[in-house]
Design a protein around this ligand. Structure first.
Ligand code: GEK
Length: 241
Protein backbone atom coordinates (compact mmCIF):
# COMPACT_ATOMS: atom_id res chain seq x y z
CA UNK A 1 0.00 0.00 0.00
CA UNK A 2 1.64 3.25 -1.17
CA UNK A 3 1.92 5.87 1.59
CA UNK A 4 -0.01 9.13 1.29
CA UNK A 5 2.46 12.03 1.49
CA UNK A 6 0.58 14.43 -0.85
CA UNK A 7 0.48 17.24 1.73
CA UNK A 8 3.75 16.44 3.54
CA UNK A 9 5.72 19.33 1.99
CA UNK A 10 4.72 22.99 2.40
CA UNK A 11 2.78 24.26 -0.65
CA UNK A 12 2.75 27.92 -1.79
CA UNK A 13 -0.86 27.53 -2.76
CA UNK A 14 -3.04 24.62 -1.69
CA UNK A 15 -5.31 23.77 -4.65
CA UNK A 16 -8.80 22.31 -4.25
CA UNK A 17 -8.75 18.56 -3.64
CA UNK A 18 -9.46 16.38 -6.70
CA UNK A 19 -9.65 12.61 -7.19
CA UNK A 20 -6.75 12.42 -9.64
CA UNK A 21 -4.06 9.82 -10.32
CA UNK A 22 -1.91 10.99 -7.38
CA UNK A 23 -4.84 10.49 -4.98
CA UNK A 24 -5.93 7.20 -6.58
CA UNK A 25 -2.39 5.81 -6.15
CA UNK A 26 -2.40 6.35 -2.36
CA UNK A 27 -6.15 6.13 -1.72
CA UNK A 28 -6.29 2.98 0.47
CA UNK A 29 -3.64 4.43 2.80
CA UNK A 30 -5.20 7.92 2.74
CA UNK A 31 -8.73 6.83 3.63
CA UNK A 32 -7.62 4.34 6.29
CA UNK A 33 -5.53 7.00 8.07
CA UNK A 34 -8.14 9.77 7.61
CA UNK A 35 -11.56 8.20 8.26
CA UNK A 36 -11.90 6.68 11.74
CA UNK A 37 -12.99 3.02 11.65
CA UNK A 38 -13.29 3.15 7.83
CA UNK A 39 -12.43 -0.52 7.26
CA UNK A 40 -14.80 -1.74 9.96
CA UNK A 41 -17.62 0.43 8.66
CA UNK A 42 -17.15 -0.72 5.07
CA UNK A 43 -17.08 -4.35 6.22
CA UNK A 44 -20.33 -3.87 8.17
CA UNK A 45 -21.95 -2.33 5.07
CA UNK A 46 -21.58 -5.85 3.66
CA UNK A 47 -23.69 -7.22 6.53
CA UNK A 48 -26.49 -4.75 5.78
CA UNK A 49 -26.35 -5.78 2.14
CA UNK A 50 -26.39 -9.48 3.02
CA UNK A 51 -29.65 -9.02 4.93
CA UNK A 52 -31.41 -6.58 2.57
CA UNK A 53 -30.27 -7.68 -0.91
CA UNK A 54 -33.24 -9.15 -2.77
CA UNK A 55 -32.93 -11.76 -5.54
CA UNK A 56 -32.63 -10.42 -9.09
CA UNK A 57 -31.97 -6.80 -8.08
CA UNK A 58 -29.12 -4.31 -8.47
CA UNK A 59 -26.79 -3.17 -5.68
CA UNK A 60 -25.21 0.26 -6.24
CA UNK A 61 -21.97 1.59 -4.79
CA UNK A 62 -22.07 5.32 -5.61
CA UNK A 63 -18.69 7.03 -5.47
CA UNK A 64 -17.01 3.63 -5.58
CA UNK A 65 -13.36 4.85 -5.69
CA UNK A 66 -11.22 1.69 -5.71
CA UNK A 67 -14.25 -0.50 -5.05
CA UNK A 68 -13.76 -1.27 -1.35
CA UNK A 69 -17.51 -1.11 -0.71
CA UNK A 70 -18.37 -3.08 -3.87
CA UNK A 71 -16.00 -5.83 -2.76
CA UNK A 72 -17.43 -5.78 0.79
CA UNK A 73 -20.92 -6.25 -0.69
CA UNK A 74 -19.74 -9.06 -2.96
CA UNK A 75 -18.12 -10.77 0.00
CA UNK A 76 -21.45 -11.08 1.85
CA UNK A 77 -24.36 -11.06 -0.62
CA UNK A 78 -25.73 -14.49 -1.40
CA UNK A 79 -29.12 -13.60 -2.99
CA UNK A 80 -29.47 -15.11 -6.47
CA UNK A 81 -29.30 -12.99 -9.60
CA UNK A 82 -27.85 -9.84 -7.98
CA UNK A 83 -25.29 -7.63 -9.63
CA UNK A 84 -23.22 -4.79 -8.20
CA UNK A 85 -22.77 -1.50 -10.03
CA UNK A 86 -19.95 0.74 -8.80
CA UNK A 87 -20.13 4.30 -10.13
CA UNK A 88 -17.45 6.98 -10.00
CA UNK A 89 -16.59 9.99 -12.16
CA UNK A 90 -12.82 9.71 -11.61
CA UNK A 91 -11.23 7.78 -14.49
CA UNK A 92 -8.08 7.33 -12.36
CA UNK A 93 -10.03 5.69 -9.53
CA UNK A 94 -11.94 3.46 -11.96
CA UNK A 95 -8.82 2.27 -13.76
CA UNK A 96 -7.45 1.00 -10.46
CA UNK A 97 -10.79 -0.47 -9.36
CA UNK A 98 -10.96 -2.44 -12.62
CA UNK A 99 -7.40 -3.72 -12.09
CA UNK A 100 -8.40 -5.03 -8.65
CA UNK A 101 -11.57 -6.59 -10.12
CA UNK A 102 -9.50 -8.36 -12.79
CA UNK A 103 -7.38 -10.13 -10.18
CA UNK A 104 -10.41 -10.93 -7.97
CA UNK A 105 -13.04 -12.17 -10.44
CA UNK A 106 -14.93 -14.59 -8.16
CA UNK A 107 -18.42 -13.87 -6.86
CA UNK A 108 -21.52 -12.11 -8.12
CA UNK A 109 -20.96 -9.78 -11.10
CA UNK A 110 -19.42 -6.37 -10.41
CA UNK A 111 -19.33 -3.64 -13.02
CA UNK A 112 -17.51 -0.31 -12.59
CA UNK A 113 -19.11 2.52 -14.54
CA UNK A 114 -17.58 5.93 -15.22
CA UNK A 115 -20.40 8.42 -14.70
CA UNK A 116 -21.62 11.28 -12.58
CA UNK A 117 -23.86 9.86 -9.86
CA UNK A 118 -26.23 12.81 -10.39
CA UNK A 119 -26.88 11.65 -13.95
CA UNK A 120 -27.33 7.89 -13.78
CA UNK A 121 -30.57 5.91 -13.63
CA UNK A 122 -31.01 3.90 -10.43
CA UNK A 123 -33.16 0.92 -11.28
CA UNK A 124 -34.49 -2.13 -9.47
CA UNK A 125 -32.14 -1.54 -6.51
CA UNK A 126 -32.43 -3.36 -3.20
CA UNK A 127 -29.24 -1.85 -1.71
CA UNK A 128 -27.66 1.51 -2.49
CA UNK A 129 -24.51 2.68 -0.71
CA UNK A 130 -23.18 6.23 -0.58
CA UNK A 131 -20.03 5.80 1.48
CA UNK A 132 -18.45 9.25 1.98
CA UNK A 133 -19.63 10.54 -1.40
CA UNK A 134 -22.72 12.74 -0.86
CA UNK A 135 -20.42 15.15 1.02
CA UNK A 136 -18.74 16.00 -2.33
CA UNK A 137 -22.02 16.85 -4.09
CA UNK A 138 -23.16 20.50 -4.11
CA UNK A 139 -25.60 20.84 -1.18
CA UNK A 140 -28.31 22.25 -3.49
CA UNK A 141 -28.16 19.07 -5.59
CA UNK A 142 -28.31 16.55 -2.77
CA UNK A 143 -32.08 16.25 -2.45
CA UNK A 144 -32.55 15.50 -6.17
CA UNK A 145 -29.90 12.77 -5.94
CA UNK A 146 -31.46 11.17 -2.85
CA UNK A 147 -34.91 11.38 -4.49
CA UNK A 148 -33.58 9.62 -7.61
CA UNK A 149 -32.10 6.91 -5.40
CA UNK A 150 -35.34 6.51 -3.42
CA UNK A 151 -37.36 6.22 -6.63
CA UNK A 152 -35.05 3.44 -7.90
CA UNK A 153 -35.16 1.36 -4.70
CA UNK A 154 -37.63 -1.53 -4.48
CA UNK A 155 -39.96 -1.76 -1.45
CA UNK A 156 -38.01 -3.06 1.56
CA UNK A 157 -34.71 -1.93 0.05
CA UNK A 158 -32.12 0.24 1.83
CA UNK A 159 -29.79 3.17 1.38
CA UNK A 160 -26.63 3.27 3.48
CA UNK A 161 -25.35 6.85 3.76
CA UNK A 162 -21.96 7.42 5.40
CA UNK A 163 -20.64 10.95 5.82
CA UNK A 164 -18.32 13.26 7.64
CA UNK A 165 -20.77 15.27 9.75
CA UNK A 166 -20.94 18.50 11.72
CA UNK A 167 -22.72 19.17 15.00
CA UNK A 168 -25.01 22.13 15.61
CA UNK A 169 -23.50 22.74 19.06
CA UNK A 170 -20.24 24.60 18.32
CA UNK A 171 -18.42 23.21 21.39
CA UNK A 172 -19.36 19.63 20.51
CA UNK A 173 -18.31 20.24 16.92
CA UNK A 174 -14.91 21.62 18.01
CA UNK A 175 -14.33 18.63 20.28
CA UNK A 176 -15.09 16.15 17.50
CA UNK A 177 -12.76 17.93 15.06
CA UNK A 178 -10.00 18.03 17.68
CA UNK A 179 -10.25 14.30 18.35
CA UNK A 180 -10.42 13.56 14.62
CA UNK A 181 -7.16 15.48 14.21
CA UNK A 182 -5.70 13.48 17.12
CA UNK A 183 -6.72 10.35 15.19
CA UNK A 184 -4.87 11.61 12.11
CA UNK A 185 -1.79 12.52 14.18
CA UNK A 186 -1.85 9.08 15.79
CA UNK A 187 -1.79 7.67 12.24
CA UNK A 188 1.37 9.57 11.36
CA UNK A 189 0.03 12.71 9.68
CA UNK A 190 1.92 15.89 10.65
CA UNK A 191 0.23 19.14 11.67
CA UNK A 192 1.29 20.58 8.29
CA UNK A 193 -0.36 17.69 6.41
CA UNK A 194 -3.53 18.05 8.47
CA UNK A 195 -3.68 21.82 7.91
CA UNK A 196 -2.99 21.68 4.15
CA UNK A 197 -5.51 18.87 3.61
CA UNK A 198 -8.08 20.86 5.56
CA UNK A 199 -7.55 23.83 3.22
CA UNK A 200 -7.72 21.59 0.12
CA UNK A 201 -11.09 20.07 1.05
CA UNK A 202 -12.64 23.19 2.61
CA UNK A 203 -14.75 24.14 -0.42
CA UNK A 204 -14.99 20.63 -1.85
CA UNK A 205 -16.31 18.57 1.07
CA UNK A 206 -19.35 20.23 2.64
CA UNK A 207 -20.54 18.32 5.70
CA UNK A 208 -24.04 18.56 7.17
CA UNK A 209 -25.52 17.52 10.50
CA UNK A 210 -26.90 14.03 11.01
CA UNK A 211 -30.31 15.63 11.61
CA UNK A 212 -30.20 17.35 8.20
CA UNK A 213 -29.33 14.05 6.50
CA UNK A 214 -32.12 12.20 8.28
CA UNK A 215 -34.69 14.90 7.53
CA UNK A 216 -33.77 14.80 3.82
CA UNK A 217 -34.06 11.00 3.73
CA UNK A 218 -37.48 11.07 5.38
CA UNK A 219 -38.65 13.96 3.17
CA UNK A 220 -37.68 11.91 0.09
CA UNK A 221 -39.97 9.12 1.30
CA UNK A 222 -37.83 6.69 3.30
CA UNK A 223 -39.81 5.06 6.09
CA UNK A 224 -36.98 5.35 8.61
CA UNK A 225 -33.47 6.79 8.84
CA UNK A 226 -31.32 5.74 11.79
CA UNK A 227 -27.66 6.16 12.72
CA UNK A 228 -26.09 2.70 12.94
CA UNK A 229 -22.40 3.62 13.17
CA UNK A 230 -20.40 6.59 14.38
CA UNK A 231 -16.75 7.31 15.12
CA UNK A 232 -16.19 10.93 16.14
CA UNK A 233 -17.46 13.15 13.29
CA UNK A 234 -17.92 10.29 10.83
CA UNK A 235 -21.27 8.54 10.84
CA UNK A 236 -23.45 6.20 8.85
CA UNK A 237 -27.23 6.13 8.52
CA UNK A 238 -29.42 3.34 7.21
CA UNK A 239 -32.63 4.43 5.47
CA UNK A 240 -35.33 1.87 4.73
CA UNK A 241 -37.98 2.15 2.00
C1 GEK B 1 -15.19 3.73 -0.32
N1 GEK B 1 -17.06 4.92 -1.31
O1 GEK B 1 -14.00 3.38 -0.33
N2 GEK B 1 -20.11 11.35 -9.44
C2 GEK B 1 -19.43 10.19 -9.27
N3 GEK B 1 -18.45 10.04 -8.35
C3 GEK B 1 -18.13 11.10 -7.60
C4 GEK B 1 -18.80 12.34 -7.72
C5 GEK B 1 -19.83 12.44 -8.69
N4 GEK B 1 -20.51 13.58 -8.87
N5 GEK B 1 -18.27 13.22 -6.82
C6 GEK B 1 -17.30 12.54 -6.15
N6 GEK B 1 -17.21 11.27 -6.63
C7 GEK B 1 -15.61 4.84 -1.25
C8 GEK B 1 -14.97 6.15 -0.87
S1 GEK B 1 -14.41 8.69 -1.79
C9 GEK B 1 -14.46 9.40 -0.22
C10 GEK B 1 -15.53 7.32 -1.60
C11 GEK B 1 -13.29 10.22 0.18
C12 GEK B 1 -16.31 10.21 -6.18
C13 GEK B 1 -14.84 10.58 -6.16
O2 GEK B 1 -14.25 10.46 -7.44
C14 GEK B 1 -14.29 9.60 -5.13
O3 GEK B 1 -13.78 8.43 -5.73
C15 GEK B 1 -15.50 9.27 -4.25
O4 GEK B 1 -16.63 9.90 -4.85
C16 GEK B 1 -15.39 9.74 -2.79
O5 GEK B 1 -16.04 3.23 0.44
O6 GEK B 1 -12.31 10.33 -0.56
O7 GEK B 1 -13.39 10.84 1.36
Amino acid sequence: MKKDSIYAQPKQLVADFTFDEKVAAVFPDMIKRSVPAYQQMVAYTGLWAERYAQPNTNLYDLGSSLGATSFALRGRVAAAGCRIVGVDNSADMLARARQILAIEPEGIPVEFVEADIRAIPIENASVVVLNFTLQFIEPAERTALIQNIYDGIVPGGILILSEKVVFSDAAVNRRMIDVHHDFKRANGYSDLEIAQKRTAIMDVLVPETLEAHKQRLLACGFESAETWFQAFNFASVVAIK
